[in-house]
Write a protein that binds this ligand. Structure first.
Ligand code: NAD
Length: 336
């Protein structure tokens, strides 16, 4: 499991191991110093940059879960070439190496950001036009295409286009919408939406993403081979203003403030999640946005989240910049 030490990987490693599979992580460890609450249990780990992976690292595994990436749109836009190096070129190289050493199944963490700025309120299924608006999303589109080219009788790539995640993970990310809005509610008593609140943003809990990967791992080849699935729940397609209302319900007494700014983020998409539930009956997502908001509010209070930590420690871009400013990471995000 690449990216096993990140926000989703930490939760997913636990879920996949609990289902009886032996998990080995692979991660460069960018965020090991950014934990909220107790340190997570971690599976055996290969401490390696994705760009340096060799066939030996992958030999003997039944499946690769590929999560490692510069994981969001603003991060990708800061350093587009590094994003393409890691998220596209190294990812495709990983898949090719996996195929060459006989790994059968390759589960790829893509994103609903591939749908970009949709021009319709209709829910988009997996056949919708891909319209990435950032290097991050473009890199995901490129890997999806490369995986399709690599698919053959012995190599079964599966693409999971995850909705925007939410929920508690010890490697918290506060730069994703629900986690961010709950933090401002708990810390400031106010929920600030820095846009006009109208963009659609489908949401899915980190544990439900892990459940989708598990279902894809265990499914027969015919159900998943060379396919892309949107991962989320139809009921959790929400406009950002609605997400703020859910947070208000979870953290009573907060005021919602919608700034009306353009927000600088043109992404807006409603997504159809019917395909994955039809193809994989074992996948039953359960977490609503309200469940997640309550869980997050409880964890933030329990572990004493502060405004400073929120800004510096749990925002991916700020944390990586800090490691660079301290001379620990190079411009192209390699450890010194
Ligand atoms: N969180 C979301 O809302 C969301 C939604 C859709 C898709 N995804 C995708 O899921 C995956 C995981 O996302 P996340 O939220 O856990 O991100 P994250 O930033 O928390 O974790 C990414 C992990 O990858 C590792 N990593 C990054 N570059 C690496 C490199 N060059 N070599 C080795 N390891 C490297 C980091 O150290 C980190 O542990 C990403 O591919 C992301 O694009 C996430």
């Amino acid at each position: 499991m690449t990216g096993s030490e990140g926000y989703l990987g930490t939760v997913m490693a636990e879920v996949i191991a609990a289902a009886g599979h032996d998990v080995v992580g692979l991660d460069s460890g960018f965020f090991v110093g950014a934990t909220l609450g107790p340190e997570p249990e971690r599976p055996p780990l290969i401490r390696r940059d994705l760009r340096d992976v060799t066939g030996d690292d992958l030999t003997g595994f039944d499946a690769v879960f590929h999560l490692a990436a510069l994981s969001n749109d603003p991060l990708g836009s800061l350093a587009p070439e590094v994003t393409y190096d890691i998220n596209h070129r190294a990812s495709t190289c990983l898949a090719r190496l996996a195929r060459d050493v006989g790994v059968r199944r390759f589960l790829y963490a893509s994103t609903c950001s591939v749908y970009g700025a949709a021009e319709t309120d209709e829910a988009l299924d997996e056949n919708a036009r891909l319209a990435p608006v950032t290097p991050y999303a473009e890199s995901k589109v490129r890997v999806e295409a490369d995986l399709h080219d690599l698919a053959d009788d012995d190599f079964e790539p599966v693409t999971l286009r995850n909705a925007t995640a939410f929920g508690f993970s010890p490697r918290l990310r506060a730069d994703i919408v629900l986690n961010d809005l709950v933090a401002s509610a708990v810390l400031d008593g106010e929920i600030v939406v820095r846009s006009d609140g109208t963009p659609w943003r489908p949401l899915v809990h980190a544990r439900d993403i892990a459940a989708a990967f598990l279902a894809c791992l265990e499914a027969p080849r015919g159900a998943v081979h060379d396919r892309a699935f949107n991962v989320g729940m139809d009921s959790e397609n929400r406009r950002v203003a609605e997400i703020a209302e859910v947070v208000e319900e979870a953290v009573p007494g907060c005021a919602v403030r919608i700034t009306g700014d353009s927000g600088g983020d043109p992404r807006s998409y409603r997504v159809d999640f019917g395909c994955i539930t039809r193809a994989l009956p074992a996948f039953k997502p359960t977490w609503t946005t309200l469940d997640g908001a309550l869980e997050l509010a409880g964890a933030y209070r329990r572990y004493g989240l502060t405004c400073a930590a929120l800004r510096d420690r749990f925002t991916r871009l700020a944390w990586l910049r800090r490691l660079q400013d301290e001379g620990r990471l190079t411009e192209d995000l390699r450890w010194r």
